[in-house]
Design a protein around this ligand. Structure first.
Ligand code: ATR
Length: 290
């Protein structure tokens, strides 16, 4: 059966209209919380939609994406290791995707073009906003890996005075050059400089379940009492850094808000409704973490 006949057959199965389809793809896609998020919102808003988990090996990524587009999917989330490949595949990019040099959200437009977006940075800023944080001017980001770039770009674009510290200094330097802004702080020196910052963001794997950690209590002792501490890691939900911040009486923001908020633009584009973050959704995700 050719594609046109298959699509006509599929349409006939849904006389009231086909469900909207979207999916997350990555490799290996051992566990992803994205289906929980999107299917929760579809149910909450009475949307006839279905969000699937579709592992795609790197050599099948491009053809797989085009096949899903041809079958009528509305779009995809893209995770490791496909974020750069998704950037190359998209014919159009949002400002945020260009700044991040990566794409985590693909939107299949009715005209056949594919829009690439990167929602990690705005998801991060939204998570601070929902935690009632007013973005301070002076911000320090720890880490210069893939997860750091979108966050750094968003902070710079929001007008922050950004410093980046990374164990391997050259990666922080490359990031500053790629973003055209920010300064590099030496990994050995950032603790002593901490008192001058209003926001500390950890994007490294320090403190992630099963990974090394750091003597955060000693470091945070050097911070000003209004420092906001955030960790984009959400496994565990309260990372050693956030536990140390709480012990010191500092405001902390966990990584769950970023996970939820990075999903919102894709949902709005595919399913046609601006989703809201609520406590039930947060609780449902927390059940999957503990
Ligand atoms: P991701 O895409 O999740 O950011 P990554 O590109 O591997 O993953 O980056 C991991 C980040 O954690 C890097 O900034 C890394 O520092 P290096 O660039 O020096 O590797 C940082 N990191 C990992 N383990 C660390 C440790 N023990 N101490 C300090 N930083 C660490």
């Amino acid at each position: 059966m050719n594609l046109a006949d298959a699509k006509a057959e599929l349409a006939a199965l849904f006389p009231q209209g086909q469900p909207i389809l979207a999916a997350v793809t990555g490799w290996p896609l051992a566990y992803t919380r994205s289906p929980i998020l999107h299917n929760y919102w579809c149910a909450a808003y009475g949307i006839d939609g279905l969000y699937l988990r579709l592992p795609l090996a790197p050599e099948r990524f491009e053809t797989g994406v085009h096949a899903l587009q041809a079958l009528g999917f509305a779009g995809l989330n893209v995770t490791i290791p496909h974020k750069e490949a998704a950037y190359s595949l998209a014919g159009r990019h949002t400002h945020q995707a260009r700044r991040a040099g990566a794409v985590n959200t693909l939107v299949f437009s009715p005209d056949g073009t594919i829009l690439g977006d990167c929602t990690d940075g705005t998801g991060y800023l939204d998570s601070l906003d929902q935690a009632g944080i007013t973005l301070p001017r002076k911000t320090l980001v720890l880490g210069a890996g893939g997860a750091s770039r979108a966050v750094c770009a968003a902070l710079l674009d929001a007008g922050c005075d950004l410093a980046i510290a990374n164990r391997t200094r050259s990666r922080a330097q490359s990031l500053v050059e790629a973003l055209g802004g920010g300064t590099v702080l030496d990994w050995q020196e950032w603790p002593e400089a901490l008192a001058s910052f209003g926001l500390l963001t950890n994007t490294t794997s320090l403190g992630m379940a099963g990974q090394e950690t750091h003597d955060w209590a000693a470091t945070l002792a050097l911070a000003s009492s209004d420092l906001v501490v955030s960790d984009i890691v959400y496994m565990p939900l309260e990372t050693p850094l956030l536990a140390a911040a709480r012990a010191r009486g500092l405001k902390g923001v966990d990584g769950l808000g970023m996970l939820i908020n990075q999903a919102r633009p894709g949902f709005a584009a595919w399913f046609g409704h601006e989703p809201q973050v609520d406590d039930t959704l947060r609780a449902r995700l927390i059940e999957t973490i503990d």
